[in-house]
Design a protein around this ligand. Structure first.
Ligand SMILES: [Zn+2]
Length: 155
């Protein structure tokens, strides 16, 4: 596991405990180089979480695929890889509420909520792919909503 602050490849595990569902293990790690602490979540491979797609097909949860979608939305935005990783880990952590299956719409909504806090442009990009706006009005409506929210935050 590379340190999210300095990218050093070595760390020391300082605490390790299973979460409630016990198929996810939370580890506190300490970078041996810069001393920064960070947390990782590991899902036990024998119990893969299944994702229910919109057409009702199931496929195993794929962290890399989720990261890919988020990274694409964050392209050329002032967002560090560590923030993307943190967002992914937080959503994955939340998914432990689901033991066997989770609707893909649920994952999408969680990612959108986090992206809105992180970067309005990344949010709209992700939403445009994920929500598949019906028409320009629909898209404009979403933009206005985001604009209002990000302005409210500045005050
Ligand atoms: Zn470090």
């Amino acid at each position: 596991m590379r340190c999210p602050s300095c990218d050093h490849p070595e760390d020391r595990v300082i605490d390790s405990r299973p979460l409630e569902s016990s198929s996810v293990i939370r580890r506190r790690r300490l970078c041996v180089y810069c001393g920064k602490r960070f947390t990782t979540y590991e899902r036990v491979e024998s119990t893969p979480l299944m994702v229910i797609k919109s057409d009702n097909r199931r496929e195993p949860f794929n962290r890399a695929k989720m990261r890919e979608g988020v990274q694409r939305a964050c392209e050329k935005r002032p967002i560090s890889p560590a923030s993307v990783e943190k967002l992914i880990s937080e959503v994955e952590y939340d998914l432990q509420d689901f033991v066997l299956e989770v609707p893909s719409s649920d994952i999408g909504d969680r990612l959108l909520k986090k992206l809105l806090d992180l970067d309005p442009v990344a949010y709209v990009r992700f939403a445009s792919v994920y929500r598949q706006f019906k028409d320009l009005d629909d898209f404009y409506h979403e933009l206005t909503k985001v604009k209002r929210k990000s302005e409210a935050r500045k005050v």
